[in-house]
Design a protein around this ligand. Structure first.
Ligand SMILES: Cc1ncc(C[n+]2csc(CCOP(=O)(O)OP(=O)(O)O)c2C)c(N)n1
Length: 94
């Protein structure tokens, strides 16, 4: 499952999100977040690094459900200086 941020549109397109859905999202239309392709992928996070705690929580849910899946979040070097990044690492570490 992809938990993207605002830089990850290429990954979203590769996952099957439609360009029209991305444009709806950026236009403030929530229908753009109901992806017809990857139904469970998250919409893009705008606050830098906020995708990491989401991914940690999703990964925990997958583990509790014994689902053989992964949660993927991507970030830049700026994102790794945010508290959210370290909070997510702490959660997955414990
Ligand atoms: C919490 C928060 N602060 C500031 C911004 C404004 N902002 C947008 S992109 C960016 C830089 C992000 O740097 P990095 O994580 O290295 O990603 P890159 O720009 O290299 O893709 C900032 C500060 C934001 N989106 N969220």
């Amino acid at each position: 499952m992809l938990l993207p941020s605002f830089r990850d549109h290429a990954a979203q397109l590769w996952r099957g999100v439609a360009m029209t859905e991305l444009l709806l999202c950026w236009g403030g239309d929530e229908r753009g977040s109901a992806f017809a392709g990857p139904r469970q992928d998250f919409p893009a996070c705008i606050p830098v690094a906020s995708q990491f705690p989401h991914a940690a929580g999703v990964a925990l849910a997958m583990r509790l459900r014994r689902e053989p899946r992964v949660a993927l979040a991507i970030g830049g070097d700026g994102a790794t200086s945010k508290g959210d990044f370290y909070e997510a690492l702490n959660l997955v570490g414990v």
